[in-house]
Write a protein that binds this ligand. Structure first.
Ligand SMILES: Cc1cc2nc3c(=O)[nH]c(=O)nc-3n(C[C@H](O)[C@H](O)[C@H](O)COP(=O)(O)OP(=O)(O)OC[C@H]3O[C@@H](n4cnc5c(N)ncnc54)[C@H](O)[C@@H]3O)c2cc1C
Length: 455
């Protein structure tokens, strides 16, 4: 065997597996294969000047490379079992929290020290939400910020680079079972190892389908979240964001009984494009450094859509809606809430006359031509509800960017060790379908490393 452990993907899942393996058994031969670039070479060409929107680079510097999809994220590590994945269903609630705290400790000792840990415990905001039929989920949130997150990743790489062989710009094409282990096949080379950990994330979701079909690993897929990103003056949400930084608020709509929730809140942040397999959707982030902060806060409002038999392609459904917005707007569409309510398309002049300056250069348009009525109705209901706890949310100038889609990877059949039916083959992180966040993906990496080392 060339290696003891082969790791596919250098996102949080892959990084934390490598970190824990190297820590527990310093002599182990570990290889990490990554489609994208090393951290310092990850540069998205969008500069708002020469390149204004996504030009579909391959690999995409936002989604691929050391640090994975989270490298330029807001670096919010939510320590909770209430959202961010269902890791606890596999490893138990206490262990999941313990691992997330352990990851937090590592981040703190690698450049994150001094960043703030927020908590929803004992907050009056919870009561205010309940009084308005809104439900605030419990969590501790470590906010690293895009800048500190980058520093932490840099320090983790510096520590790992002499202990682990990194292969960048090296997409794995196939994973084969061989006698006593596994072989990963790249375009021009192949490597063998006794154990194999796959942590291919969201960008590797299509490839994971191939792997699971080639290795006959059972999967299921039935969920997608669709919605918009809301951008408003930071002052409107400041009483929530100052105390909690991120508040995950859930509401059940009166009209359809659907669940709508706030997601990925970025105080004084910026709205950004996200490219998933060539489809441009919207996301957001913010910086810890006050100099880089904006005057706006953004967050997503998502409606969870579960499908039952016979429909299986929930991601395909989400992609089709995102494609529609790309078709009409050439990318992401932005609309004033007031225009949406009165049935008008937002125009460049209406956007420029608004009392808020958009942080993303999106195409003014009409989201009602893109989003299914049921989803849009849910979002509008939620905006009016949020207006009760944060007056100003339903102002005419509130900006809605669409569409935001949260694709869920198909769920892969794995056991409590996160091991597939093939001994020694582990699937972790967002690619397994059981995590959807930095903290859960990282914790899953630590967990498999401990399983492999018998710790
Ligand atoms: C803009 C943005 C902001 C976000 N903000 C937050 C946040 O604040 N908090 C939060 O909890 N989560 C956030 N997320 C989600 C978070 O980034 C992911 O949940 C997390 O990165 C998942 O980690 P992972 O290791 O499972 O996968 P990823 O981070 O996606 O890493 C997988 C890696 O595998 C590589 N790969 C895929 N296929 C192959 C292959 N065949 N061969 C070799 N390499 C391959 C990819 O290039 C990628 O680098 C954000 C995501 C985005 C895009």
């Amino acid at each position: 065997m060339d290696y003891d452990v082969l790791i596919i993907g250098a996102g949080p899942g892959g990084i934390f597996s490598a970190y824990e393996l190297a820590k527990l058994k310093p002599g182990l031969k570990i290889a990490v294969f990554e489609s994208g670039n090393p951290l310092e070479k990850r540069k998205c060409p969008i500069d708002g000047d020469k390149v204004k929107s996504c030009i579909g680079c391959k690999p995409c510097s936002i989604m691929n490379g050391f640090g994975g999809a989270g490298a330029f994220s807001d670096g919010k590590y939510n320590i909770t079992n209430q959202f961010g994945g269902t890791l606890y269903e596999y490893i138990g609630k206490n262990k999941a929290i313990e691992l997330m705290k352990y990851v937090d400790d590592i981040n703190m000792s690698h450049g994150g020290k001094g960043t703030k840990l927020y908590s929803t415990a004992n907050t009056e905001i919870k009561k205010l939400c309940l009084q308005n039929d809104l439900h605030l989920l419990d969590a501790s949130v470590r906010h690293l910020g895009t800048d500190v997150n980058y520093i932490v990743l840099g320090q983790l790489f510096a520590e790992l680079k002499d202990k682990v062989d990194f292969y960048f710009l090296s997409p794995v094409e196939h994973v084969r079972m061989i006698d006593g282990g596994y072989k990963v096949e790249l375009k021009d080379a192949s490597y063998t190892g006794e154990k194999c950990i796959i942590s291919a994330g969201r960008s590797g979701s299509k490839w994971m389908e191939t792997v699971c079909s080639e290795l006959e690993i059972p999967t299921k897929s039935n969920r997608v979240d669709i919605g918009v990103r809301v951008e408003l003056p930071a002052a409107v949400f400041s009483h929530l964001t100052d105390e909690l930084y991120e508040s995950k608020i859930v509401y059940r709509t009166a009209k359809y009984g659907d669940l709508v929730r706030t997601f990925c809140m970025n105080p004084k942040g910026a709205v950004v494009n996200e490219n998933t397999n060539g489809i441009v959707t919207v996301n957001g982030h913010s910086y810890e450094d006050p100099e880089k902060q904006t005057e706006n806060t953004n967050f997503a409002l998502l409606v969870a859509k579960h499908f039952s038999q016979p429909f299986k392609d929930s991601n395909g459904y989400g992609e089709s809606i995102a494609k529609l917005s790309n078709m009409l707007g050439g990318g992401v569409i932005v609309q004033r809430f007031g225009d949406l309510i009165t049935g008008h398309r937002s125009t460049p002049s209406r956007i420029s006359e608004a009392f808020i300056t958009p942080t993303l250069n999106a195409t003014p348009g009409d989201l009602s031509l893109v989003m299914p009525k049921r989803i849009l109705d849910g979002i509008i209901e939620m905006i009016y509800k949020l207006d009760k706890i944060a007056p100003g949310t339903a102002n005419d100038d509130t900006l809605l960017y669409g569409v935001e889609v949260k694709f869920y990877n198909m769920e892969v059949e794995i056991d409590e060790n996160l091991e597939t039916l093939h001994k020694g083959l582990f699937i972790i992180g967002d690619g397994s379908g059981i995590t959807h966040s930095l903290s859960h993906a990282s914790a899953s990496g630590v967990h498999v490393a401990r399983v492999i080392c018998g710790a």
